[in-house]
Design a protein around this ligand. Structure first.
Ligand SMILES: *Cc1c(COP(=O)(O)O)cnc(C)c1O
Length: 461
């Protein structure tokens, strides 16, 4: 066992050391990696350390350098050293974090990490926090608490009786909500396409006047019915934030307000960016990720719910064979029963950074994004499509075909990873900064790569 762990630690170290020089994209595709590993299920087992060596040899060519400082795809985050080490310990300790009695350490570290997160994000200290797998499950968990609360207020027990025969519930979402909001509504029996879709502006921000019109019309048609309004902190294309004033507006119509803040909620930690989230702290629930902006390894998300009882009512359960007292167990904050103790990595990242380090890291992401915008905008026939307010930059080249060609050529070239998308009818190259490892040199090398690749694309035409 000791040998297997040392082999793994050495391989992990070699991988991290290679990030600065390796091709950001994988060398082998999925079929090639599978072909190396494929054999009939072996009759005989193997030594643990040999298993690790075999895995490293087969997997390494198929790894994407996601933790590289020049990886700007989707919103992926990086990995802080303390969080990575804590993640190894989480597996070695193998705690089942479902019950207070099942792992006092797991529950205690989650409790302290939750207190720090609520403080850092400027959210109510009395909120309950569930340590889930990511933003998708954070949205699901928070919206389950929302569904419980608004139906309970209408005299309906959705946990006991389900949705058949329940009072009709109105859900309002912005036109540029993240797809995981629709999925969460699907899982909750609320239908992924039944929501009232509220218009968004040119940056993807929900339009306040449109929300007011929608809520007024709903109040006329269905006076006093249960309602949920879903807002967004951090649009994946523009990085824009829905207006905080939407919270008070939605509350006037009795709605529960949920904020999908997978990467955007962290703007609240930076004094220079805090204005972006102003007002959103008055919402009822917030979903966010630790594996994106906080730079904790996958998978780690946070469901934050102001009304702790609503969360515990939606998620909690008791059983005779468990050891439970009157205090809510961790299992009452998440959909899972058994799960890993996710608080260790989150606590470690927060402890490594401290308040100053966290706010500096988040501001640094936005500063790198602003530099990308400035330097790419200066290239001939290249424009920045969004107002760069946070960590996201959408770049358009001379036309859609050229943008697609640049995206493909960058992927093949391997200095950096930026993902193509379509936004407001235009093909764009998305640059998303969310890795603590990214420094000025990485940004400079990535801009050089785009410039070089653009020259090749234009030269080849
Ligand atoms: C990433 C993201 C999600 C989903 O989070 P996962 O961690 O991938 O489950 C939800 N909303 C927004 C705005 C996101 O950026």
């Amino acid at each position: 066992m000791g040998e297997a762990l040392h082999t793994a630690a050495a391989a992990a170290h070699a991988w991290l050391q290679s990030l600065d020089t390796r091709h950001v994209n994988a060398e082998h595709d999925v079929d090639q990696v599978a072909a190396v590993l494929r054999q009939p299920f072996p009759e005989q087992g193997a030594r643990a350390s040999d298993v690790v060596r075999e895995l490293v040899a087969a997997a390494t060519p198929g790894l994407v350098a996601t933790p590289s400082g020049r990886y700007f795809g989707w919103v992926r985050g990086g990995v802080l050293d303390s969080a990575l080490a804590a993640d190894w310990l989480t597996s070695a300790w193998d705690q089942n974090a479902s019950l207070l009695a099942g792992s006092p350490a797991g529950a205690a570290v989650e409790r302290v990490a939750a207190e720090w997160i609520l403080d850092a994000l400027g959210l109510p200290g009395s909120a309950s926090v569930g340590f889930v797998t990511g933003g998708q499950m954070a949205n699901f968990t928070c919206l389950a608490a929302a569904r419980h609360a608004v139906l309970a207020r209408a005299g309906w027990d959705v946990e006991r009786d389900g949705l058949l025969g329940a009072p009709a519930l109105g859900v309002f979402v912005g036109a540029e909500r993240h797809v995981t909001v629709d999925l969460a509504l699907r899982y909750l029996g609320l239908g992924q396409a039944r929501s009232t879709v509220v218009d968004a502006d040119d940056q993807g921000r929900l339009d306040l006047a449109a929300l007011e019109r929608a809520l007024e019309a709903d109040e006329l048609a269905h006076p006093g019915r249960p309602r949920i309004v879903v807002l967004q902190a951090g649009n994946v294309h523009s990085g824009a934030f829905d207006p905080g004033a939407a919270v008070a507006l939605a509350h006037r119509f009795g709605a529960w307000v949920h904020v999908d803040g997978a990467f955007g909620l962290w703007a609240a930690t930076s004094p220079r960016h805090r204005h972006l989230t102003a007002g959103l702290e008055h919402a009822d629930s917030w979903g966010t990720d630790a594996h994106k902006t906080l730079n904790v390894p996958y998978d780690s998300g946070l469901a934050l719910v102001a009304d702790a009882d609503a969360l515990h009512a939606a998620m909690g359960e008791r059983a005779a064979y468990l050891i439970q007292d009157d205090r809510p167990d961790p299992l009452a904050t998440v959909p899972e029963f058994s799960r890993r103790a996710r608080g260790f990595t989150v606590w470690a990242a927060l402890r490594e950074l401290g308040r100053t380090g966290l706010s500096g890291m988040v501001a640094g992401f936005a500063d790198h994004a602003a530099r990308f915008a400035r330097e790419l905008d200066a290239l001939p026939d290249v424009s920045i499509v969004n107002d760069v307010v946070y960590t996201q930059v959408c770049v358009a080249f001379a036309d859609d075909a050229e943008t697609r060609a640049v995206a493909a050529a960058l992927m093949a070239e391997g200095t950096t990873w930026m993902t193509p998308s379509t936004w407001h009818g235009r093909t764009v190259l998305r640059v998303s900064v969310s890795n603590a490892r990214t420094d000025d040199d990485d940004v400079a090398r990535a801009v050089e790569a785009v410039t070089r690749v653009l020259g090749q694309v234009r030269g080849g035409r």
